[in-house]
Design a protein around this ligand. Structure first.
Ligand code: ATP
Ligand code: MG
Length: 630
């Protein structure tokens, strides 16, 4: 057994002892009476009876020891603002925000809905909730009024925090306007709306008696001191909706103590970040990666965190690396989709800056294909670690724990079960798969600390959605399809709904996409299964060429299509060959960068594209419609 295997084994076999040790990474006002209460499966309570506070662990305890060290680095390439907050400054801002909340009547257990662009005030708003024991529900700033209204009615917030506008690609995007619309659509609109006026949208209107101005209230509470509210470990810290890739989003409820400990342990053993170091996570606070690794994780570890408002390509494709050089970033976290965007740019952008501070790049959110994995690792010259997890789990389920051991990286594989997760691959009858046998990725309960405690307000949905795939045994289902090789490296093959059945052979969309992506002319691809009279289902590919000139005539498209099919034949065999390879300029994705395969498949089968509330660029669907007619 390797050191890591022993570490992992102990986290399962000596569960309570292991987690009691990890719990010492954070501050407790009162220690837990019981490490793990699993008396009502599948529900679990971690660190029962213990009292802690997320804001205290993320801010106060560092401010007390290292007040002048940097905590929050805010960079906006949209407005040109750049500001560094020390731990002491961050604490004061959070206390002001907390005082404003209290003045507006927010109490422990109340919900606060945060609908904000990537500005420092959004971080203050989240941490201020944690400080007073209020529950935040951050809604991604790109969502339209309808999606926002649904989330308002689910959380029933006492307060909403928003801004006049965000900025994207140099243009203001109105927020306040959408808040007004959502409040009029909602059954249970909040009593108060706090607005950070950035001066970007001069035309927004204020609702008397409901809307209040942040700058005005902040000035009144400049000297406010708000002590932290110690909460019991299981009290909810936040609600967060899943990305909605497969349909209606689920409201994930997170606890406090378990989450705090899981994040601290992940920073130490997976992301290898500590005091005095800097982390740059290129996600958005509206997603789980933003919650865990822009805000809470790095701060709990005493790191400085970069909060970036902007795109990876403006003012030029070197911007991320310029930030890495300027702030001496040690740990970076991004998504495969971003790597595929960068891959289309000149690699010289990556060599322009001094990246010697960077130890690791972590990628999560979508399958990382081998070609992109190799490309980014060669370009940066550092280990690039794929990690697999979900909004539900809050932190990685599969990764290489670089803080424990340096196992070799296997390209395109998120590697091993993370400590705390008894993760296995299951057959559909609930028995366990052998090595190299495809199956459902599941976790034997109890779920470790940090994972969802339930679906907000819907305990039955928690059980039926996540723990009912097999009659026996009771297992948490990820709804993803995966495989483990004989060395223990795991690969995610796609979502269970995306499995394609060609003449009785089951193929993961991911496997075929991987093969298509091995063709040097291809930047990105989505493969879906389309109903076929003869074979049951037939794979169909929608690909984006690295160079648009390679597919600008019908002849070139036909030639490349043939060539791509040959590649698939060579890698997987003719059984996996797509019936067609269509070329388009961009693929439909959710706002968080995940491929909307269900919509592509629906169009390919001549059906309606379905729920599109989370789509980033609806124009991509038009291209698919046009390609299908060709
Ligand atoms: P919904 O559950 O609402 O349909 P979603 O599953 O896209 O949305 P998230 O929780 O943001 O919402 O995404 C988690 C999913 O992303 C995983 O279940 C998996 O399908 C995919 N994923 C995340 N990381 C990886 C990875 N490293 N490799 C492969 N797939 C990944
Ligand atoms: Mg999901």
């Amino acid at each position: 057994m390797t050191d890591y295997q022993q570490f992992h084994r102990r986290s399962i076999d000596q569960r309570d002892e292991f987690w009691a040790e990890q719990a010492a990474l954070v501050h407790w006002n009162k220690p837990a009476e019981q490490i793990c209460d699993f008396s009502h499966p599948p529900f679990v309570k971690w660190f029962k009876g213990g009292e802690t506070n997320l804001c205290y662990n993320a801010v106060d305890r560092h401010a007390a020891k290292r007040p002048n060290e940097r905590a929050l680095i805010y960079v906006s390439t949209e407005t040109g603002e750049e500001k560094v907050y020390s731990f002491a400054e961050l604490q004061r801002e959070v206390e002001r925000m907390a005082a404003i909340y209290q003045a507006l009547g927010v109490r422990r257990g109340d919900r606060v809905l945060i609908y904000m662009p990537m500005i420092a005030e959004a971080a203050f708003a989240m941490l201020a909730c944690a400080r007073i024991g209020a529950i935040h529900s951050v809604v991604f700033g790109g969502f339209a009024a309808g999606s926002l209204a649904t989330r308002i009615d689910d959380a029933k917030p006492a307060l909403m925090v928003s801004a006049d506008a965000g900025m994207r690609n140099g243009k203001p995007v109105p927020y306040k306007h959408l808040v007004d619309e959502a409040c009029s659509l909602a059954q249970c609109p909040p009593q108060k709306v706090l607005i950070v006026d950035r001066g970007l949208d001069k035309g927004f209107t204020r609702v008397d008696g409901r809307d209040v101005d942040y700058a005005e209230l902040r000035a009144k509470h400049l000297d406010a001191r708000v002590p932290v509210t110690w909460v019991e470990s299981s009290e909810p810290s936040y609600i967060l909706y899943t990305s909605g890739t497969t349909g209606k989003p689920k409201g994930v409820q997170r606890d406090t103590g378990g989450y705090c400990v899981a994040l601290a342990a992940s920073m130490k053993h997976i992301y290898t970040g500590g005091e005095g170091e800097t982390m740059f996570t290129t996600s958005d606070i509206g997603w789980v990666v933003g919650h865990s690794y822009i805000i809470y994780g790095p701060l709990i570890a005493g790191m400085a965190t970069v909060m970036y408002e902007g795109t990876p390509l403006r003012p030029d494709p070197g911007i991320w690396w310029q930030i890495v050089e300027k702030y001496k970033v040690d740990v970076m976290f991004s998504a495969p989709t971003a790597v595929r965007v960068l891959k289309k740019q000149d690699p010289a952008w990556l060599r322009k800056y001094d990246l010697s501070s960077l130890k690791h790049l972590f990628l999560a959110g979508e399958p990382l294909d081998e070609t992109s994995h190799r490309w980014i690792m060669d370009a940066l010259g550092i280990p690039v670690i794929d990690n697999y997890w979900q909004t539900e789990t809050g932190w990685p389920m599969l990764a290489i724990c670089r803080g424990v051991e340096d196992s070799p990286i296997k390209l395109g594989s998120p590697a091993f079960p993370v400590f705390g997760y008894d993760l296995r691959i299951f057959r559909e009858d609930g028995s366990e798969c052998g090595a190299n046998e495809k199956g459902i990725v599941g976790v034997v309960p109890p779920l470790p600390p940090g994972c969802l405690s339930t679906v907000w307000g819907q305990d039955e949905r928690f059980v039926s959605t996540y723990f009912s795939v097999f009659k026996e045994p009771m297992v948490y289902s990820s709804s993803d399809w995966g495989i483990k090789d004989d060395r223990g490296y795991h690969s995610i093959l796609g979502r269970m709904d995306d499995v394609i059945n060609v003449a009785g052979h089951r193929l993961g969309t991911r496997e075929i996409e991987e093969a298509v992506q091995m063709h040097p002319a291809i930047a990105e691809v989505a493969v879906v299964g389309v109903a076929d009279e003869v074979k049951g289902q037939m794979p169909m590919a929608f690909a984006v060429a690295k160079d648009a000139a390679a597919v600008d005539t019908a002849e070139k498209r036909a030639a490349l299509e043939k060539d791509v099919m040959k590649k698939v034949d060579a890698v997987l065999g003719a059984i996996a060959r797509p019936g067609r390879v269509h070329f388009i300029n961009g693929l439909p994705k959710t706002r968080s960068g995940k491929m909307l395969r269900r919509s592509i498949q629906a169009l390919a089968e001549g059906r309606d594209a379905g729920d599109l509330t989370t789509i980033d660029d609806p124009g991509t669907l038009e291209q698919i419609r046009a390609a299908l007619k060709s």
